[in-house]
Design a protein around this ligand. Sequence first.
Ligand code: UD1
Length: 313
Amino acid sequence: MNNILITGGAGFIGSALANYYCKNHNIIVVDDLSMGNEKNLIKSKNITLIKGSVTDQQLMAQLLETQQFDYIFHLAAIASVADSVQRPLETHHVNFDSVLYLLELVKKQTGLKRLLFTSSAAVYGDEPTLPKQEESVIRPLTPYAIDKFSAEKYVVDYCHLYGVPTSAVRFFNVYGPNQNPNSPYSGVISIIMDCYKQLLKNNNTSFTMFGDGNQSRDFIYIDDVIKALDLIVSSDEALAEVYNVGTGNSVTLNNLISIIGESLNKDLSINYENERDGDIRESLADISKIKSIGFQPEFDIKKGLRKYIKHEL
Ligand code: UD1
């Protein structure tokens, strides 16, 4: 039974990880519940939720001084690009400073097997060459992306400089249960699913499409993400390495909507608006690197949507 710390563990991805590991391991979640929700966590005697911020140095120091962790997953972040543009100082504190505090604290943890940091495909910015390899041009365009990229670099460097066992991932577009649809910057699949929920309750609703719907993304289902993270933290080859986490396939929004529409036998009304500022037209991961340590996504978009729909509707 390992002792596992998951920061941001009440959020969408963090809670899926906590719920997965709690069957056989002891989980400590640190989450300030600013975006996460306690209800995302299943009731288990193996999960302890500490309500607090990763920027609270005293809290984090006390936690890491009193407990020895086998694995640490650092997912806590203000995961909004728009917010980082509005409030670069505040988001930097959470998205970057917390990583450096944590790295300093874990230098003293002797039994740590792995610290995994979660970064984003946002680091690639708008450089158009596809698919993105980990060694592709990095062009972070927002405080969010700059913080994620700098933090990644520190995480890898702490392995080289101080022997802290680290790895990092760059998420592409993750979807699945418990992703909050209630902000304009929520993942588009959670927003579409929410529209369908309204529609099935006979509420009048429409989905706002920013642009013509031909923009494409590499959407990865949450179960595959959990599988990828588990694989990385158990692989020696992954030490001090950064991995894309995607499927290696992309789909347009129009396609996505027609897949969901066909499976529910209902058409969503679409309200077209201008493209979002700074929106990327296409995004696609090259996943050869993570495949080289044994990853194979199980869910293509149809299979992932089927499971998601079954869970939600
Ligand atoms: C995603 C990440 C973002 C990251 C970026 C890096 C999510 C939720 N966001 O943004 O943090 O910086 O990848 O590449 O994973 N759309 C609509 N209507 C809506 C909502 C969205 O048409 O109501 C469109 C967007 O304009 C975009 C597409 O859907 O073209 C996908 O949007 P979104 O899910 O927000 O993801 P990204 O923009 O790829």
